[in-house]
Design a protein around this ligand. Structure first.
Ligand SMILES: [Zn+2]
Length: 116
């Protein structure tokens, strides 16, 4: 299944190949502020349809994850980084930015990122 995703104003837009049935709710210092619900995909499953240079990127702590956000509307549709176990490029998609996903139907897995 292909989902269309975007920030609020549309400056960041993408297509995502994959099924979204679960999402992770993390309590780390970043996620608790953003309120993101995350689902993880191989980076190749996500195709940006807007210029990469239109995204702003925030990094903190180990700087391994690029937390992308829109400099116009402030919404953060996804982040990307390397999975430390497999070395694979991974996209962490904020499923709240996929309008066709029924958030109430998702199984939410809590992740204790604050304890890392
Ligand atoms: Zn935007």
């Amino acid at each position: 299944m292909t989902h269309a995703g975007s920030c609020h104003c549309g400056r960041i837009a993408f297509e995502l190949d994959g099924d979204v049935t679960t999402a992770m709710e993390c309590n780390c210092s970043m996620c608790r502020r953003k309120g993101a619900l995350l689902a993880f995909f191989p980076r190749e499953a996500l195709r940006l349809t807007t210029p990469e240079s239109d995204m702003a990127t925030y990094r903190f702590n180990t700087h391994r994850i690029g937390h992308h956000f829109c400099p116009t509307c402030g919404i953060a549709p996804f982040g990307e980084g390397t999975d430390p176990r497999t070395g694979a490029q991974t996209a962490a998609v904020n499923v709240r930015c996929l309008p066709d996903v029924d958030l109430d139907a998702l199984k939410i897995n809590k992740f204790d990122g604050a304890s890392l």
